[in-house]
Design a protein around this ligand. Structure first.
Ligand code: MN
Length: 246
């Protein structure tokens, strides 16, 4: 929230996806203080919409979106007082292809918008990006990108804990994030579920950096601004502080 107040763009690196309950709640609290709301682009192979009651595995990283929408555990669904942290009508899930039975019913009831791999195959990522941006921008002051690397195909990002076949290609993911950058509404971003122990010659980490550059406006043409951390390693080192030119 301090980073947002300073007019900079928080970039949070995970870790598992449960951190989204904190990040999105922070974006929400920041927006609420300005009598605004924020949207959420949830890039993920999974919906992460289990609750402690419905989860077959009990993994908290399979529950963050349910809690951000105001369901599940009473404390986790009220981080920083937001309840819900984000309105379902401003949530777009992209890359979905692996859901539990209970989740399927819940997703339909919750009112979030879902763009599955079938949708991406049928309409193409440029159209999906356009539709998702419309949802996360509708009536909001901007949006947070919660980017689970397992949304990408396992051949693109092998270093993730719960890979699912037939995912988003690297060009498609870059295109989506470049469209977000071009839109200008991105308030913050997190990139999660990178496990360096599972990586092969650091390819996942390098691609994650490439994807972050796309989201921050890099990689379109030389001289476009990209944001890097000014104080990496120190307190708040995960948050970017200023724009530089690459
Ligand atoms: Mn996830």
């Amino acid at each position: 929230m301090e980073t947002l107040r300073a007019g900079a763009t928080p970039l949070v690196l995970g870790g598992d996806h449960s951190i989204a309950m904190g990040t999105m709640s922070g974006i929400s609290a920041h927006s609420r203080a300005r009598r605004q709301t924020a949207g959420l682009l949830w890039f993920d192979a999974h919906a992460d919409m289990n609750t402690p009651a419905s989860s077959p595995s009990g993994n908290v990283h399979g529950m963050p979106l349910a809690h951000l929408l105001g369901y599940g555990d009473a404390q986790l669904s009220r981080v920083l007082g937001a309840h819900p942290a984000v309105a379902a009508k401003n949530v777009a899930i992209v890359g979905l292809r692996d859901i539990d039975r209970a989740e399927r019913r819940f997703i339909t009831r919750s009112g979030v918008s879902v763009f599955t791999m079938d949708d991406i195959d049928e309409f193409g990522m440029p159209e999906i990006a356009r539709r998702a941006l419309k949802i996360i921008n509708a009536g909001t002051a901007g949006f947070h990108i919660s980017f689970d690397l397992d949304g990408c195909d396992p051949t693109v990002i092998p270093a993730t804990g719960t890979p699912v076949a037939d995912g988003v290609t690297l060009p498609e993911a870059n295109l989506l994030l470049r469209e977000c950058a071009r839109d200008g509404g991105m308030m913050s971003m997190e990139v999660v579920e990178l496990n360096p122990l599972l990586d092969r010659t650091n390819v996942s980490a390098q691609r994650a950096v490439e994807l972050i550059r796309s989201a921050l406006g890099g990689g379109i043409r030389k001289g476009t601004p990209a944001v890097v951390s000014e104080n990496a390693g120190g307190q708040g080192g995960r948050c970017s502080k200023r724009a530089v030119y690459l």
